[in-house]
Design a protein around this ligand. Structure first.
Ligand code: NAP
Length: 248
């Protein structure tokens, strides 16, 4: 028996990086996994096969998390295919960095829509099935940047702080329905999103982290296993930092 056996999870943005690790760890722990991708179609299809090898039900859907109607359609399809959604992991995210002085309206809007509006879209869509089941765990991937801000990332920081306010409000509104809502705040995690960094900058970042290393996607995925599982049934409204002690 895995920690998530018998549960169905929906993970947004699982074609690579943290989302992909979450999908794989969930499958390892026995969950059925529905997941989405947008531009990385081949990677999404390959993941479906990889997940199925764990002997669970897995299916990928091409769906833009920032679009309200697409989220509604996605949830209907997932419910038709899987029967329920017990765990929702809002992971899809992008960056469009730049100092505020040079940041365009397009950069602002894109990041808010993909990172923050998506969380509203999918959570709204998940409420009906979770209320019917009288249970649910919603896990939103924020960032330490949402807790402390970051120069050159005003749009990203605003989207990630917004996720924290949303997460806590949903916890307050839906606790009485046994629906839990928590956020995971990764620090510096090695993925394609951070691969573009200068090695010198990376080394500097690492030296400032108490555990003296960048995090791995699996470090974040393991926190999501905990929050999706029955090990955390009395935990809601929290922000769990997975940052090696970076922000303490
Ligand atoms: P990544 O490697 O760039 O992966 C992002 C994923 O999101 C991809 O699967 C991408 O799918 C998907 N995605 C992007 N826009 C989407 C949309 N509109 N609809 C559906 N899916 C979409 O990024 P990552 O580093 O794994 O980051 C995952 C999450 O962790 C993000 O929310 C990020 O902000 C957060 N985070 C990351 C770090 C870090 O250090 N890496 C730190 C803190 C927080 P396609 O490629 O198919 O478009």
């Amino acid at each position: 028996m895995g920690l998530l056996t018998g549960k169905t999870a929906l993970v947004t943005g699982a074609s690579k990086g943290i989302g992909r690790s979450i999908a794989l760890r969930y499958a390892q722990e026995g969950a059925n996994v529905a997941f989405t991708y947008l531009s990385s179609v081949e990677k999404g299809q390959a993941l479906e096969a990889e997940l199925s090898a764990f002997g669970i039900k897995a299916k990928g859907y091409r769906s833009d998390a920032s679009k309200f109607d697409e989220a509604e359609n996605l949830m209907n399809q997932v419910l038709a295919d899987f029967g329920s959604v017990d765990i929702l992991i809002n992971n899809a995210g992008i960056t469009k960095d730049g100092l505020l002085m040079r940041m365009t309206e397009e950069q602002w809007d894109a990041v808010i829509e993909v990172n923050l509006k998506s969380v509203f879209n999918l959570t709204k869509a998940a409420l009906k099935p979770m209320m019917k089941a009288k249970a649910g765990s919603i896990i939103n991937i924020t960032s330490v940047v949402g807790l402390r801000g970051n120069a050159g990332q005003a749009n990203y920081a605003a989207s990630k702080s917004g996720i924290i306010g949303f997460t806590k409000s949903v916890a307050l509104e839906l606790g009485s329905r046994n629906i839990r809502s928590n956020a995971v705040a990764p620090g510096f995690i090695e993925t394609e999103m951070t691969e573009v960094l200068d090695p010198k900058v990376k080394a500097e970042w690492e030296s400032g982290i108490p555990l003296k290393r960048a995090g791995k996607s699996d470090d974040v995925a393991n926190a999501c296993v905990f929050l999706g599982s029955d090990l955390s049934t009395y935990i809601t409204g929290q922000v769990l930092q997975v940052d090696g002690g970076m922000l303490t």
